[in-house]
Design a protein around this ligand. Sequence first.
Ligand code: PLP
Length: 408
Amino acid sequence: MDFDVQKIRQDFPVLNQTINGHPLAYLDNAATTQKPIQVIEAVADFYKYKNANIHRGAHYLSNLATDLYEQSRQTVQKYINAAHDYEIIFTKGTTEGLNLIANTLGEMLIHKDDEIIISIMEHHANLVPWQQLAMRKQAKLKVIPFADDYQLDFEAYKKLFTDKTKLVAITHVSNSLGTINPIKDYIQVAHQHNVPIIIDAAQSIQHEKIDVQALDCDFLVFSGHKIYAETGIGVVYGKEKWLEQIPPYQFGGDMIKDVTIEKTIFADLPLKFEAGTTNYVGAYSLKVALDYVQNIGLENIKAYEKKLLNYAIEQISQIDGVEYYATKADNKISVLSFNIKGAHPYDVGLILDQMGVAVRTGKHCTHPLMYALNLNNGTARASFAMYNTFDEVDQFINAVKKAKQMLS
Ligand code: PLP
């Protein structure tokens, strides 16, 4: 299929508006993506004609909703090439997924003086749960530092392992910088030490092909809202052998086979991890969103986003007094973090907003990364998705030039 950005844009009604008298240039896609009309209508249609609580009913609508929920699980399974659909657990997002893993696998594996390896570029969602676990258990967090060019130091990573290392948790892609980590290599090293590894795919699922069997990761998590689905839905992929071993995360309805006052027999996978009424409509929205992405083709999306990013880098590099970070386009997704020298990123963001350009500013939930790079006020971050255009990059660049004039 030919990649036709104008046609794609017609599917995203939110993009077709003016903000502060300018056409909206929505460049905050790493925070959340906009939703295509196919997803919006599928959700409305669900509530209009299909809604009932899943897994409980003898009646038609409950069975229909259950079927759609399980079909959604299978769509996710195929999308990331998991071996089994019951290795897909629906959560409310990446954050909940990582908390689930820290509170189950982490609780099981980590004891006093044990070590957990994370990296300096983790989002707080893949840092604070491990830090808190380490504090509870009197265990230790070890951190993969930066090498050059905003890449992690792979050699340093290898040296962090000791016989106390029990877990590795690492992001596939940095949300602040866009750097893609060669996670397959990281996974191999962890497995050479017989240590399970958890991958935060919140920023890669929408840009990079993910095959959990080829990667051989033990767990992988992501959020639906970053890949054009509703918010409040996410995924934990876990290898069957781990999901069988670890305890449930939450207790209540739907995750049981039988309950007496004295004891509970838990449900089989995946329901053991899906206590209570889940966001089954959100799961369905994720199915529709993944179908939408696959229809356009992730490779096409990736190739287009790369062109946009390269163009943006080329343009921003011509503005004196602007610093930008981690712009080696070969191994990064379409995120451009920058600062106007001497200006606070928040002020830059406000001026860009006056010109219709939506970017994120601050430390992007990666405080340790920002401190390590001496970027104590953070950065402004433009992040591009498949529906952004070269005209929007021009609008963004003009807005940065204007901000620079006003702030210097
Ligand atoms: N991990 C990374 C790399 C992220 O970029 C984000 C969100 O920006 C998260 C985790 C947390 O995702 P959520 O807020 O959807 O739970």
